[in-house]
Design a protein around this ligand. Structure first.
Ligand code: NAD
Ligand code: TYD
Length: 371
């Protein structure tokens, strides 16, 4: 039995991880901490809050006193650290929050964990600090390059990936210098339920429903390696339970797509859903399929993201060989589940797309169209 502290528990991957863990390990205690920034949504945790094994705490990872008191009060033995600023475009327009949360915040978590878990003589209480990171720390690949392995040198290019890289190094330093028992996972792009609609897949899906343009940065040929979010949770689970202390593990599912191809796929899926469902047509009259048009007609090429990484691809051989990691979802099953979830949960995404989000998106569109 474990007592987990999950940071960023109200964000996309944190929420999915909390549900995964509560179902798989019903005897474990799960404390979810989140500052509820624009990306965190307490409504996503409604079902978890009915579970007596779960407790939500509204708080900031930079609040060392709060973290220390939580670790003691809940006798936490495992931290799973998701909390971060996570959107590359936001890191370009406003990098400060990324430095504060991703670097200072992670360091505060490490200091608090050390203060509580390390005994006076230097020995440690049983513990694990698992840090959730991204493949973006490895930089950008050319088309013919081999995929990232755990020994690929770090070469982050955006303020987001640079801040994640710095936090990974701090976690490593706490292991090497103080003996903290840490692990790090570097995962490829996730998709699935509860993803904030500023990220490519939910953004495209929702814009199609309202007949809004689908902004494709640059030539649309950038490549991302997509993994269903529960398969990320499965990988973290294996690393926590069976991974070697102090090690880094890549998580991914060999699923590379050009952006334009993924957008075409979603367009065609949405057209099909609307074509066979008259209720959806009535509900979303502006969607192209409701007007006998094609969603692909909404595709608009816009100014590229500055410093846009060309390609990410994960080689998860180490995780597969050491931990028998294998994704469960195929891309076909994962993307179908995702589309269906967004169609079934309009109230969720309507609520998260509040005024400040709309304003930010409109500014983004203006800046990009102006080029
Ligand atoms: P997200 O932006 O959806 O969620 C982040 C959560 O952290 C939000 O709920 C937010 O409120 C919370 N948060 C932000 N600042 C905080 C602070 N100072 N204190 C407490 N909570 C705070 O992000 P996500 O997509 O769920 O990503 C989670 C983690 O996984 C991140 O560390 C990210 O780098 C990593 N990751 C994401 C992906 C992906 O494709 N989304 C892929 C690999 C790794
Ligand atoms: P995103 O979901 O922001 O994830 P990341 O940048 O962390 O990989 O973007 C995925 C890809 O889609 C990336 O190459 C940028 C591109 N993109 C667009 O072309 N248009 C958009 O509106 C967005 C949000 C992303």
């Amino acid at each position: 039995m474990s007592n987990l502290l999950v940071t960023g528990a109200a964000g996309f991957i944190g929420v999915n991880f909390v549900y995964y863990w509560l179902e798989k390990y019903p005897d474990d205690r799960v404390v979810g901490l989140d500052a509820l920034t624009y990306a965190g949504n307490l409504a996503s945790l409604t079902d978890a809050e009915d579970n007596p094994k779960f407790r939500f705490v509204h708080g900031d990872i930079r609040d060392q006193a709060l973290i220390e008191s939580l670790l003691k009060e809940e006798a936490i033995d495992t931290i799973v650290h998701f909390a971060a600023e996570s959107h590359v475009d936001r890191s370009i327009s406003g990098p400060d929050a990324f430095i504060d949360t991703n670097i200072i915040g992670t360091h505060t978590m490490l200091k608090a964990a050390r203060a509580v878990w390390q005994n006076e003589g230097g020995s440690w209480q049983p513990h694990r600090f698992h840090h959730v990171s991204t493949d973006e720390v490895y930089g950008s690949l050319e088309r013919e390059d081999p995929a990232f392995t755990e020994t690929t040198p770090y070469a982050p290019s955006s303020p987001y990936s640079a801040s994640k890289a710095a936090s990974d190094h701090l976690v490593g330093a706490y292991h090497h210098t103080y003996g903290m028992e840490v692990s790090i996972s570097n995962c490829s792009n996730n998709y699935g339920p509860y993803q904030f609609p500023e990220k490519l897949i939910p953004l495209v899906l929702i814009n199609i429903l309202y007949g809004k343009s689908l902004p494709i940065y640059g030539d649309g040929k950038n490549i991302r390696d997509w993994l269903y979010v529960d398969d990320h949770a499965r990988g973290i689970d294996l690393i926590i339970k069976k991974g070697r202390i102090g090690e880094t593990y890549n998580i991914g599912g060999h699923n590379e797509w050009q952006n334009i191809d993924i957008v075409h796929l979603i367009c065609d899926m949405m057209d099909e859903h609307l074509a066979k469902n008259p209720v959806l047509k009535t509900k979303y009259p502006e969607s192209p399929a409701s007007k006998a048009e094609k969603a692909r007609s909404l595709i608009t090429y816009v100014k590229d993201r500055p410093g846009h990484d060309q390609r990410y691809a994960i080689d998860a051989t180490k995780t597969t060989n050491e931990l028998s990691y294998k994704p469960v979802e195929t891309f076909e099953s994962g993307i179908s589940k995702t589309v269906q979830w967004y169609l079934d949960n309009e109230s969720w995404w309507q609520a998260v797309m509040d005024g400040s989000y709309q304003q930010w998106m409109q500014q983004q569109y203006k800046d990009r169209q102006a080029s």
